[in-house]
Write a protein that binds this ligand. Structure first.
Ligand code: ZN
Length: 430
């Protein structure tokens, strides 16, 4: 790497010096129960922290109409968050380097029963090398790393010699609309880095995701004449059986997708939520299931959605009850495509150098069959979109935690990456 050895050493030491504060900041982020729709206060906190550091601030709501018009926009539902997007902008004295977006999301998934957690989900408790809490790994440690990688430069009297946008978004766990909104707002840079918990690896390819809800209607009768009623919950089970076949069919197509052909089961259908019925002794007249399925990069979300709808409709036509009472399929969240990070970009090379300097090992890549916000920047900005972040455990599960030593390593790598990618200049006011 071209950073002078002195500067490299100074950056490594500076990350170390700020690390206690970085952990405290991460714990503070974890303390906000920022589940979908409740991210306002954590976004306010982020706004204040960036503002205090001298960033030029922008805070804006999501534009439903513009999002739904865009091919990468996901449909709205009542659950859609109204929390704002926050962007802190660093302008250099003179634009000499390459500009950069550092992005993170602060929405988290629900905790499930808290009695199943050994460490409180919003406590940020540290035991050994692990910090516990919902969102600790996914991705509040990354959000803090974005801020503290830049702080590390500032501590030694430096700042990036290019524009840097620190973006804090929501809706990453449900629609991806937060990231899309930053694009629609007009932000663009020469590269983006998102420190999601990726085991210190760089994401080479990821899947798109579709959310849908299937609603089945039945006919309520007393259970003593059960034969006369149609049980909506039983009917929903039959629909799930058909969706499992669709999942199998999509997995069989993996041979066509270079980055997914070696994954034993790249397409996961999750039946994530089920509700229905009103009374143990009444045949249930309604049942709703919420589902999530992945799609391969290159598959267009609209055509995948069409296939799901047609599959359910065709199945219903052959079912004695459902043929009279066709299930309703609603797309109520993620409607997003995957992407492949083109190998050989300069951004990737700079990150590989920075990683090797910080971690002492070559940068490996991985493929992930899950949604990532990087898709917005890769597909619609067409810029190198790097997803790279710390080692974690149990994300979306109980006792989610992030490795503290890993957070330090990736923050160091990020600070070195920023210094090399953007270049550096003396801090304003230094
Ligand atoms: Zn995440």
């Amino acid at each position: 790497m071209t950073l002078a050895p002195d500067m490299r050493r100074a950056i490594v030491e500076s990350v170390e010096q700020g690390f206690a504060d970085q952990l405290a900041y991460t714990q503070k982020l974890v303390s906000f129960p920022s589940v979908r729709g409740a991210e306002h206060t954590v976004q306010d906190f982020t706004f204040r922290e960036l503002h205090r550091r001298g960033f030029v601030m922008d805070r804006f709501p999501m534009d439903q109409e513009a999002i739904e018009r865009h091919p990468g926009g996901s449909p709205w539902s009542e659950q859609h968050s109204t929390a704002p997007i926050v962007v802190g902008i660093h302008y250099p004295r003179e634009e000499k380097g390459r500009s950069l977006i550092l992005q993170s999301h602060l929405d988290v998934v629900p905790t499930g029963p808290e009695s199943m957690w050994q460490h409180g989900p919003y406590g940020g408790e540290i035991v050994g090398d692990w910090m516990y809490g919902r969102g600790s790994g996914d991705m509040k440690a990354g959000a803090a790393a974005n801020v503290f990688a830049l702080d590390a430069l500032r501590r030694i009297g430096l700042q990036p010699a290019a524009t840097v946008y620190v973006q804090s978004v929501v809706e990453e766990e449900s629609t991806g609309n937060g990231a899309l909104m930053t694009h629609l707002r007009g932000y663009k840079a020469d590269a983006v880095l998102i420190p999601e918990p990726e085991d210190e690896k760089l994401v080479r390819a990821n899947a798109g995701v579709i959310w849908f809800q299937v609603e089945v209607r039945g006919l309520p009768v007393h259970v003593r004449e059960m034969g006369a009623g149609a049980n909506a919950i039983d009917a929903a089970y039959r629909v799930v059986g058909e969706l499992r076949k669709l999942e199998q069919d999509w997995n069989h197509r993996k041979a066509n997708y270079e980055h997914f052909k070696d994954d034993p089961h790249p397409i996961n259908l999750n039946i994530g939520k089920i509700e229905g019925g009103d009374w143990a002794s009444s045949v249930p007249c309604w049942c709703r299931i919420d589902c999530r399925i992945a799609i391969y990069p290159g598959v267009d979300a609209a055509s995948a959605a069409r296939e799901i709808s047609e599959r359910v409709a065709n199945f219903a036509r052959q079912d004695p009850f459902l043929s009279n009472m066709p299930p309703k399929v609603t797309f109520n969240g993620f409607h997003t495509e995957g992407y492949v990070l083109k190998p050989g970009s300069e951004a990737e090379q700079v990150l590989a150098n920075a990683h090797e300097a910080a971690v002492g090992k070559p940068l490996e890549t991985l493929t992930t069959p899950a949604y990532l916000d990087t898709r917005v920047y890769a597909l619609y900005d067409q810029i190198p979109a790097l997803c790279y972040g710390p080692v974690s455990r149990n994300i979306h599960g109980f006792d989610e935690c992030v490795s503290i030593s890993s957070v330090k390593r990736i923050t160091t790598a990020m600070a070195l990456f920023i210094a090399e990618w953007c270049g550096t200049e003396p801090l304003v006011g230094a």
